[in-house]
Ligand binder design. Structure first.
Ligand code: MG
Ligand code: MG
Length: 380
């Protein structure tokens, strides 16, 4: 049976700032999901939140980009928006950028990561299906560039690239140019690694513009391993409307990297663009699922859940909250200390986002006004 995993998330309001959605918002989405499961729109599903973003994680047989699944997610976010608005919450409906999405919600505001898998317990390569769902808040889609590169391109991080003959066949990275706009097509490049790992690095160096969108196995080219929501809200809305807060799906085990390999790079607390006003650079903090963002300067956060999926597409009965484990406490402390030290530099230089990112903020107007005051001083 072909089963599609869909992760669709949006920020449609939060309590007292960009912290977390309310219980009533989550209840309204969960009630709709229960109806969708009961009505057989989807096979199974789970509603979670990471910071102020609500994620709807489902399995179904309707394929990637399925109109009816996306419409269900959109309408669920609208219902949560109504709850947010009624309670006077901050940013009600923030990520719903169009009146009604045409078909699927990609490009309409919500973040989407989807993979279709062949779920066959008799399969030689994948008798079991294990996968991770990452959800980032206060950060941009390039946030996954470093960890995915480390796992799929660098044996210093992933010894499995040396140890497993299946992994040694390499991977195809699909990298999207997030600055491209003007027509309906996406601008993408597919790079086979390890042969083109330095070419991949040249692009991934700039996570504001280039993001890994998909990773496929080269052993089994039909098998997609990873999917990342790689769209920029400011390119859709034309102005700053909140950070993109990407989700990622990564299948693990068997012919793919193991989950412990996929999560290893998150011990670094790598610097990402996002945070307060989406305009700063701060280290990414791994957090338990359901955490509010309550630290100074909206430290960017990421959650990670591990699932298994049964032959009938069910997966939600039990899961492991990977970053909720005590093993990550030391990382959290280190990342907060790193952030505190970094914040001492205030606004100067690299602590703020690149000028390409700041072009969507009020800084542009201030600089334009100052520019008119500049004068050329003749050489004496
Ligand atoms: Mg928000
Ligand atoms: Mg958010």
């Amino acid at each position: 049976m072909k089963v599609t995993l869909s992760v669709i998330k949006a920020d449609v309001g939060s309590i007292g700032g960009h912290t977390r959605p309310s219980a009533r918002m989550l209840e309204s989405v969960r009630a709709r999901l229960a109806d969708a499961i009961h009505g057989r729109l989807v096979l199974d599903g789970l509603v979670t939140h990471t910071g102020d973003d609500i994620a709807i994680i489902t399995s179904h047989t309707r394929g990637v980009g399925a109109r009816e699944v996306h419409r269900f997610a959109w309408e669920s976010f609208l219902a949560a928006t109504d709850e947010a608005r009624a309670a006077g919450l901050y940013g009600a409906g923030q990520d719903l950028l169009v009146d009604a999405p045409s078909g699927n919600v990609r490009g309409a505001g919500p973040a989407v990561a989807e993979i279709e898998v062949e779920r066959d317990p008799a399969s030689r390569d994948r008798p079991a299906e294990a996968f991770l769902v990452f959800a980032g808040d206060k950060c941009s889609p390039g946030a996954y560039n470093y960890p995915l590169y480390a796992v799929f391109c660098d044996p210093m991080h992933n010894g499995g690239l040396l140890l497993s003959p299946k992994l040694r066949r390499g991977f195809t990275l699909t990298i999207v140019d997030m600055d491209h706009r003007g027509d309906a097509a996406d601008r993408v490049i597919a790079l086979d690694v390890p042969e083109r790992v330095w070419d991949a690095a040249c692009l991934l160096q700039n996570p504001d513009r280039f993001a890994i969108e998909a990773i496929h196995s080269r052993l089994k080219p039909d098998e997609q391993i990873a999917a990342v929501s790689a769209t920029r809200l400011h390119n859709i809305a034309g102005t700053y409307t909140g950070k993109d807060d990407p989700v990622a799906l990564v299948r693990t085990q068997g012919i793919f990297p193991a989950p412990e390999e996929v999560i290893e790079p998150y011990t670094l607390g790598h610097f990402v663009t996002g945070d307060c006003r989406g305009s700063h650079v701060m280290p990414l903090m791994p957090v338990p699922i359901g955490a509010a963002v309550a630290g100074p300067y909206c430290l960017p956060v990421v959650s990670c859940l591990a699932f298994s999926m049964a032959a009938d597409g069910r997966f939600s009965a039990e899961y492991v909250d990977v970053f909720g484990d005590r093993a990550w406490d030391a990382t959290r402390l280190k990342v907060q200390q790193k952030a505190d030290e970094w914040r001492r530099q205030g606004f100067v230089g690299p602590t703020m986002a690149s000028h390409a990112e700041l072009a969507y903020t009020g800084l542009v107007d201030a600089l334009a006004a100052l520019d008119r005051e500049f004068a050329l001083r003749p050489e004496r």
